[in-house]
Write a protein that binds this ligand. Structure first.
Ligand SMILES: *Cc1c(COP(=O)(O)O)cnc(C)c1O
Length: 368
């Protein structure tokens, strides 16, 4: 048991296992996506685990995340998905961080900074095939590529796109349409003699379920972290779960009938009830939702009353010692609460659940 009221236990051996499995199943190099502190798991640890297990590339959303990894001595090829400011572009070029080429303005910025530094800016051209986010439409890809090359100082080392629905719809009907658009962009570049080395489209779901989308690199976040790749399928037997969110029971008392619990007294005891206090609240990323549950004493118990910033109350079946293990995410006895269960209860995505777990919850790294 950790020496704190609540903590996240993250199994690095499981991340390595998942990396091996994905490498084996896809047969192509992996770009480990560690944006947003690797969805809350810790970007450095996840990056090192994935690289040690054979991942080739890393990716983040912001340049600040890339710089943090470089300053920790992580020198693997590294792509920034998002926008960079002019000073960030300078630093990215200096630190050999690859940037996303998604507009004419971005091309002009990268080219100007690269020329000023006397170095090449390495870029991956982003094609918007149906996400409506970064990128150019397939018919504009060649124009942007040519323009970037004519400006000078830019090396187009990659080209990529991103699926919108592939993890949430069986046999996603948009996927082949998106894929076709990407191929149109690739062919237009190829016809003009431009053939970027790295072609990538797949996220976790596409990499594992749609072999035709793998090209020569797959961008994998969720599956490395033991987050279910497909919302509509059970957890795959070849992946391992990675995270447990635990807490220690902070108080446990028998309260009389008619006793109001927490702000607003949304819950009032019906009889003599054992009410426990769990040291997790919405300040930790445990959302205020009317039907939360946790595991205590091998049982699934209801959270009663409103979730506070730092605490919530649970109705127990018997008095338990303080410090008893409470599971917010994980397994206890025959019961389990997994990321997908919390995500569907809260009506959000799995990555949104783990990414919102606040930094004050210590991350404890284990191996087995
Ligand atoms: C977040 C992200 C990924 C990773 O997706 P997972 O479903 O977590 O594997 C891949 N590519 C891009 C562009 C992303 O933004």
């Amino acid at each position: 048991m950790a020496d704190c009221p609540t903590w996240l236990e993250i199994n690095l051996s499981a991340i390595e296992h998942n990396t091996h499995q994905i490498l084996q199943r896809t047969g192509v190099p992996i770009m480990a996506v560690v944006k947003a502190d690797a969805y809350g798991y810790g970007a450095e640890k996840v990056a090192r685990a994935a690289l040690s297990a054979g991942a080739t590339w890393l990716a983040v959303a912001r340049f600040s995340e890339a710089l943090a990894l470089r300053q920790l001595g992580i020198m693997a090829p590294l792509l920034v998905f998002g926008m960079v400011t002019p000073p960030e572009a300078d630093a990215a070029i200096f630190h050999n961080v690859s940037l996303t080429l998604y507009s004419q303005e971005a091309a002009e910025l990268y080219a100007a900074r690269a020329r000023a530094l006397g170095k090449k800016a390495r870029v991956h051209l982003k094609v918007d095939t149906g996400m409506g986010r970064f990128g150019v439409l397939e018919e504009d890809a060649l124009f942007l590529a040519k323009q970037a090359l004519e400006l000078g100082g830019i090396e187009i080392e990659g080209i990529y796109s991103h699926f919108a629905n592939i993890d949430s719809i069986p046999k996603d009907p948009l996927a082949p349409i998106q894929l076709r658009r990407f191929q149109v962009a690739l062919e237009s570049l190829r016809d003009a003699g431009i053939d970027p080395l790295w072609k990538h489209f797949s996220n976790s779901a596409a990499a594992l379920g749609y072999p035709e989308t793998r090209f020569n690199l797959v961008r994998v976040g969720a599956a490395l972290l033991g987050i279910k790749p497909f919302y509509f399928e059970p957890f795959p037997d070849y992946l391992r779960r990675v995270v447990n969110w635990k807490a220690q029971l902070a108080s446990c008392r028998l309260l009389p009938p008619g006793w109001g619990i927490s702000y607003g007294h949304d819950y009032i005891t019906q009889r003599d009830e054992v009410i426990g206090v769990v040291p997790i609240g919405y300040g930790d990323g445990f959302r205020r939702h009317p039907t939360n549950e946790v595991l205590v004493d091998g049982l699934r118990v209801p959270v009663v009353g409103r979730v506070c910033v730092d605490l919530c109350m649970v109705r127990l079946t018997r008095l338990l010692p303080l410090g008893s293990e409470v599971i917010i995410l994980g397994e206890q006895g025959h019961e389990s609460i997994f990321i997908e269960n919390l995500a569907s209860r809260w009506g959000t995505s799995q990555a949104a659940v783990t990414t919102a777990i606040h930094q004050r919850v210590p991350r404890i790294y284990i191996r087995d």
